[in-house]
Ligand binder design. Structure first.
Ligand SMILES: Cc1cc2nc3c(=O)[nH]c(=O)nc-3n(C[C@H](O)[C@H](O)[C@H](O)COP(=O)(O)OP(=O)(O)OC[C@H]3O[C@@H](n4cnc5c(N)ncnc54)[C@H](O)[C@@H]3O)c2cc1C
Length: 228
């Protein structure tokens, strides 16, 4: 989130928007819904993708606190998430040869495919009349001391102005690069890949290899599928 002063000749004293959200991923939609619920503001969301795409991303585990937040924000959304996800009954820690090391009962945790969750959040945004602008990739934020707002430039050549810009444009955030240009990435040396398979399961499994130091996680995501 940043609030900056604009760096261009001021043509209008008031911005087009009081607040905007950049990025229509999981955080962007939850943020827009929460702002609507708790402040009554319908904050527009600007998303880079041209449209909502199915099958993007793998799976997520939603745990008790996160589910409670979603339920507080929108009961209809919460019910839809329960329908589209799978509950776990237990969590197991295993060796790579599937020997079980430990078992814990699991309650109120659910697995869901990422695109399904994003789609349900988008549908909730539409129900709440939150405007979503697709195909809007932020490329630049310009600010200067002579104004109380920032100007946001999109890749399609359009612009808008806002007093508050809330950034939820993901791990490679362009907004963050504007606000903190000196912050650099460092590769941690760890790598992970994820996918969805047609395997039914009712528990979250975490096999670990002592020899390779590789770890895996498997959990159900609804529709008789599992995330690995
Ligand atoms: C391997 C892995 C496993 C994970 N597992 C879990 C889990 O089990 N449970 C859990 O809660 N979390 C999990 N997470 C974390 C979770 O995925 C992230 O916290 C979450 O996706 C972050 O949401 P976000 O909206 O910030 O970013 P994203 O979901 O990445 O969304 C960012 C959005 O911004 C858009 N965007 C990007 N750049 C621009 C731009 N310049 N202009 C406009 N739009 C832009 C993108 O198109 C995208 O739609 C996992 C993450 C990883 C990597």
């Amino acid at each position: 989130m940043c609030q900056r002063k604009a760096s261009f000749p001021v043509v209008s004293r008031s911005p087009q928007h009081e607040v905007i959200i950049i990025g229509g991923g999981l955080v962007g939609f939850v943020l827009a819904l929460a702002l609507e619920k708790y402040t009554g503001r319908k904050v527009p969301v600007y998303e880079r993708s041209a449209t909502m795409l199915p099958y993007v991303g793998a799976g997520l585990v939603l745990q008790q606190n996160g589910l409670k937040v979603l339920q507080n924000i929108d009961e209809t959304l919460y019910e839809a998430i329960l329908q589209a996800s799978s509950a776990f009954t237990e969590r197991t820690w295993e060796r790579h040869d599937v020997t079980v090391v430990a078992v814990a009962p699991e309650s109120n945790s659910r697995g869901i495919q990422r695109w399904r969750l994003q789609n349900l959040l988008y549908e909730a945004a539409c129900r709440n009349e939150i405007k979503v602008h697709w195909g809007k990739e932020l490329i630049k934020v310009v600010s200067q001391s002579s104004s109380e707002y920032v100007r946001v430039h999109f890749a399609d050549g359009t612009q808008t102005t806002t007093s508050w810009l809330m950034a939820s444009d993901g791990v490679k955030s362009k907004v963050r690069r504007t606000v903190a240009p000196d912050v650099e990435w460092h590769y941690s040396g760890w790598m992970s890949f994820m996918g969805i398979s047609h395997v039914e399961s009712s528990k979250l499994r975490m096999p670990s290899s002592l020899t390779t130091k590789c770890h895996a996680t498997f959990f159900p995501t609804g529709d008789l599928k599992s995330c690995f």
